[in-house]
Ligand binder design. Structure first.
Ligand SMILES: Nc1nc2c(ncn2[C@@H]2O[C@H](COP(=O)(O)OP(=O)(O)O)[C@@H](O)[C@H]2O)c(=O)[nH]1
Ligand SMILES: [Mg+2]
Length: 697
């Protein structure tokens, strides 16, 4: 590959709500700049960046993918990221690899939940950004209305530098407000265009928009302001330079328009991106920490190596591939490096650039480049890779905790044998999925960010690892507790020739406040039970409380007071007292009004205002309790607590109520008593499953 000077590189992430057209824009770019010989389409399943079978089947991006092209002598590395909420974490990681972000907004829907979330992610790391209003060819698309929605959410610093020519299916080009030129595209999706004078009918509006743009730039630059006041004009070059400064400082966000599908307006966008988004050198130093101190990593080839692994691809065909952004120094295909995060050395297994799934060997990789390597043994996503002997790390990449769990059952013994290795591989590339065995139910649980996420993982298990599993409705981790008090005797006596067994305890049982778990109090005075047997009594209760008398769930939030008992000089033993204690526990628990507890989740729902009533009604039907509400633009954020058992099928419901525009977050909050009519069901289920035996009833 050609050697590009650092100022001739741009690393850009395409981010935005799912279905705003990121993958389609990447396709148009690759075609327009000759990286592909035809214009590929998401709906045909032939794009470069949605290459995984799960992506092709569902026509959505699930993981971020790399591609690149050359434009005007510069190399542009693009990361096409997923926008669907279950997979947004991957976009967050991808943003760490680039120097600028392009936020796509659908010209029909305007700003959506995903747009807002990626915006927050970009803010967190202060990346310069552009906004592209896409799908301007669609029915009901409207540049101005979409711009208003952008202003509502992100403020007036979002400033148009283009104006569309034609609307909906007549959308045929853009006016460049900086150069004051019109670019009119051919209708055949070829991306060919002619540079023309601004059509007379749009001239007045273009002049006005340009004035607004120039004023906003001048407001942020004293020198330009002076010149503007003196001459009443700024040259295109002055505007470009002034605008670039504002973009780098985050003071302004240029807004452009295009149709990725019909390939209109795509190349003017690339010119703006090359002009206005920073090269790795212009991005400047990157923060890292060394022994708790902040240090700065210079974007220079001559410094020691410093890089960040922002993605791991792992499957049976390719093995493990680590995607690395090099911030400083250089790498060769067999470099020896240190993984500072894991405190271990690694040897690279080759270097290559990725064009979608295609691997193109790279002779070396330098500061400012994004590159892939294979066969790193201990390295995972988020790790810092550096020259041997380095001790600094880049800030870790934040990944969300899973919010939903399903039980999976292997369909055959062979599937069961293969599952452990397969799950290991899947967790390597996806830090938000977990495979765990539930200690209470002994079921294998798969946890992820949402139902779609979990379903895609089970697809992968089957297609790539030949592991066939059945996805069961998830198991809820119920607990048991008591509401009343009890005072009982537990006695274990077995005297049938030879040495017998004898243990005898009197205990009181009382409820404790939620979350206090278990307290054991020893009130034996005067040797009713010898001291050495008292720990056995506690152990007996600890063992017995693993399975409550109602439905066999662990018992929590209670206190046991051991206050009396008796013993036998010869027959008493640890085991006899343990058994006596466990008998006492069961008796006491039955007396003390046992009850079931269920996990309750904190839930936050994002929705356009129009669906708020329906969603609140729906949460109400799920035994939800409203905790608060917030407003952002015309989005509403509903906060509620809802029992976990009621949230299992919430996601598809939310999608259908809001037409995909709503999204939600969920995390564990606390345990609460299950309403009594529901308790009967859970208990009946437990008997059916054999968790509680009839004699225990
Ligand atoms: N009409 C129209 N449809 C588009 C445009 N861009 C994307 N689409 C369609 O919108 C859907 C989602 O596009 P995709 O590129 O996968 O969006 P992503 O989720 O942001 O990557 C697909 O059916 C595309 O064909 C566009 O500019 N105009
Ligand atoms: Mg996509």
């Amino acid at each position: 590959m050609k050697d590009y000077a650092p100022d001739k590189i741009r690393n850009i992430a395409l981010v935005g709500h799912g279905s705003s057209g990121k993958t389609s824009l990447a396709s148009a770019l690759l075609f327009d700049y000759g990286s592909t010989s035809r214009l590929t389409k998401v709906d045909k399943g032939n794009t470069v960046t949605d290459y995984e079978p799960e992506e092709i089947e569902r026509k959505i991006s699930i993981g971020s993918a790399l591609c690149f092209f050359e434009a005007d002598g510069s190399r542009v590395n693009l990361v096409d990221t997923p926008g669907y909420s279950n997979f947004l974490w991957d976009a967050r990681a991808a943003l760490r690899a680039v120097d600028g972000a392009v936020v796509l907004v659908c010209g029909v829907a305007g700003v959506e939940v995903g747009t807002e979330k990626v915006w927050e992610m970009i803010n967190e790391i202060h990346l310069p950004r552009l906004i592209v209003i896409n799908k301007l060819d669609r029915e009901n698309a409207n540049f101005k209305r979409t711009l208003e929605s952008i202003h509502q959410f992100f403020g007036r610093r979002a400033v148009p530098i283009e104006m569309p020519i034609g609307e909906e299916k007549d959308f045929r080009g853009v006016i460049d407000l900086v150069g004051m030129k019109a670019f009119v595209f051919e209708k055949d999706e070829s991306g060919k265009f002619t540079e023309e004078e601004i059509p007379a009918s749009l001239r007045e509006e273009a002049v006005k928009s340009r004035e607004e743009l120039v004023e906003m730039i001048a407001e942020n630059d004293e020198k330009l302001m002076e010149k503007y006041l003196e001459q009443g004009e700024l040259s295109p070059e002055e505007i470009r330079q002034g605008l670039k400064k504002c973009v780098l400082n985050g003071l302004l966000v240029p807004v452009l328009g295009c149709s990725a599908l019909t390939n209109v307006g795509v190349q003017p966008f690339v010119r703006a991106a090359l002009d206005l988004l920073p090269s790795p050198v212009e991005r400047g130093e990157i923060k890292a920490t060394s022994d708790g101190q902040e240090i700065k990593i210079k974007p220079s080839v001559d410094e020691a190596l410093a890089g960040l692994v922002f993605k791991t691809i792992s499957d049976p065909y390719t093995g493990r591939i680590s995607l690395l952004r090099v911030f400083s120094g250089r790498l060769s295909p067999d470099s020896l490096v240190t993984n500072v995060s894991k405190e271990t050395d690694e040897k690279l297994g080759g270097l290559f650039f990725l064009q979608g799934k295609e691997q193109i060997p790279a002779g070396q990789a330098k500061a400012g480049e994004i590159v892939a390597t294979a066969k790193l043994k201990a390295t995972s996503t988020g790790d810092t890779i550096a020259a041997k002997g380095s001790n600094f790390v880049f800030p870790p990449i934040k990944f969300p905790e899973p919010s939903i769990s399903f039980a999976i059952e292997p369909k055959s013994r062979a599937d069961e044998d293969r599952i452990s290795q397969a799950s290991h591989r899947i967790m390597e590339e996806d830090p938000t999925v977990r495979f765990e065995r539930d200690p209470d139910t002994n079921q294998l649980l798969i946890s992820g960010s949402g139902e779609l996420h979990v379903r895609i993982i089970t697809d992968k298990l089957k297609k790539r690892y030949n592991v066939d599993v059945e996805l069961k409705p998830p198991k809820i981790s119920y607990k048991e507790t008591i509401k009343g008090r009890a005072d009982v005797q537990g006695r274990h006596k077995k005297q049938t020739g030879g040495r017998g067994q004898f243990g005898d305890v009197w205990i009181k049982m009382e409820p404790l406040p939620r979350g206090q778990d278990f307290v054991f109090e020893d009130k034996i005075f005067g040797g009713a039970i010898p001291r050495n047997f008292i720990p056995s009594v506690e152990k007996g209760i600890l063992e017995a409380r693993k399975k409550g008398v109602l439905a066999g769930y662990p018992v929590v939030d209670f206190k046991v007071i051991l206050y009396d008992g008796s013993y036998h000089e010869v027959d008493s033993s640890d085991i006899a007292f343990k058994i006596a204690a466990s008998k006492a526990f069961k008796l006491a628990m039955r007396q003390a009004r046992p009850t079931l507890l269920e996990p309750v989740m904190n839930v936050e729902v994002y929705t356009p205002e129009a669906f708020m009533g329906d969603i609140m009604g729906n949460l109400n039907g799920r035994r939800g309790r409203l905790q608060g509400m917030e407003q952002k633009g015309n989005m509403r954020i509903i906060k509620a607590t809802v029992p976990m058992a009621e949230m299992l099928d919430f996601e598809p419901t939310l999608t259908s109520i809001t037409g995909g525009r709503g999204s939600f977050l969920m995390e564990f909050s606390h345990y609460e008593e299950v309403p009594s009519q529901l308790q009967q069901k859970i208990i009946a289920e437990a008997v059916k499953e054999g968790r509680v035996k009839p004699e225990e009833e």
